[in-house]
Design a protein around this ligand. Structure first.
Ligand code: ARG
Length: 281
């Protein structure tokens, strides 16, 4: 099922998975009022209307790709709520809730869990600190799980119990790539892209062994959160400035679609951060 409006390329060899259902949050209250990652500079101004405008382009891109998009109401005083990926992890109709590391974001955990419960998901309340799809990424049947800056390794065991799936623990080492989804992108059920310097040696060994054909990102692309992308298995929505990543994707038959989320980058987030996948199975 190729979206002919977006990609009419007859040579497309890759196939989208089932059309995704995702959760997003309008950045109505977006600003940078605290600093919990190196990208954030509360002393610099932010433009909430520009953030909304750029976010709307992302929303419309997903809509044009045929995605089903659900929205959670933004809450005043929670400027990072736009980064819906951190709101939890949803698989098999079960939402494993987030328990944020920093107090500034902690109220988001219950807010997202309320949304999940109200929308028919079984909620698994977390005991361990974890930041949802920021640090947990599903690749095929396996969950890649990171720690180092936000999620505790104890949450890796917790998520393994919730879903009864294999969980592979990875260790992040660069504070600029503080969530797994800033350092690693899932392209399809067996293809990933990643930035080697964001991981410790043991994690790199695992990644090289499991994914010998992975796309290796450049420091330049990663430095604008180019890896923070969302793929339906064929169309890959990425930061428009991530030109090498776009070229590599195109060469392998995927369809990269660039968007500009420069304002949301001021909070340390990009495409994927604004996108939480809701998987019913
Ligand atoms: N300011 C947010 C934080 O530091 C950005 C979160 C980005 N989200 C993500 N999935 N990487 O928590």
């Amino acid at each position: 099922m190729t979206n002919t409006l977006i990609d009419s390329s007859p040579s497309a060899t890759t196939q989208p998975k089932q059309t995704p259902t995702i959760l997003m949050c309008r950045p109505e209250h977006f600003t940078v009022s605290y600093r919990i990652n190196p990208w954030m500079h509360p002393e610099d101004p932010t433009d909430t209307s520009l953030a909304l405008k750029q976010w709307t382009v992302l929303y419309e891109t997903y809509r044009d790709l045929g995605f089903t998009i659900k929205l959670i109401d933004p809450i005043p005083g929670l400027p990072d709520m736009v980064y819906a990926a951190n709101g939890g992890f949803v698989l098999d109709g079960i939402a494993y809730g987030a328990k944020f590391h920093y107090p500034e974001r902690q109220p988001e955990g219950p807010a997202y869990m309320e949304w999940f419960a109200a929308n028919g998901y079984e909620v698994a309340e977390p005991e361990e600190t974890n930041e949802g799809e920021g640090d947990f990424l599903l690749v095929g049947d396996v969950i890649l799980a990171a720690s180092g800056f936000r999620s505790d390794t104890s949450s890796h065991q917790e998520i393994a119990r919730v879903y009864n799936r294999d969980v592979i623990s990875l260790q992040l080492v660069n504070p600029s790539f503080y969530h797994l989804d800033t350092a690693l992108a899932v392209i399809d059920s067996d293809t990933i892209a990643y930035l080697p310097s964001a991981f410790d040696e043991a994690s790199l060994e695992i990644l090289r062994t499991r994914y010998p054909d992975a796309i290796i990102a450049t420091e330049e692309d990663a430095a604008i959160l180019g890896l923070n992308s969302f793929s339906d298995g064929h169309n890959v929505v990425i930061a428009e400035k991530a030109v090498t990543f776009a070229r590599d994707l195109r060469e392998r038959g995927y369809n990269p679609i660039g968007v500009d989320l420069s304002e949301l980058l001021l909070g340390g987030g990009g495409v994927k951060c604004c996108t939480l996948e809701l998987r019913s199975s």
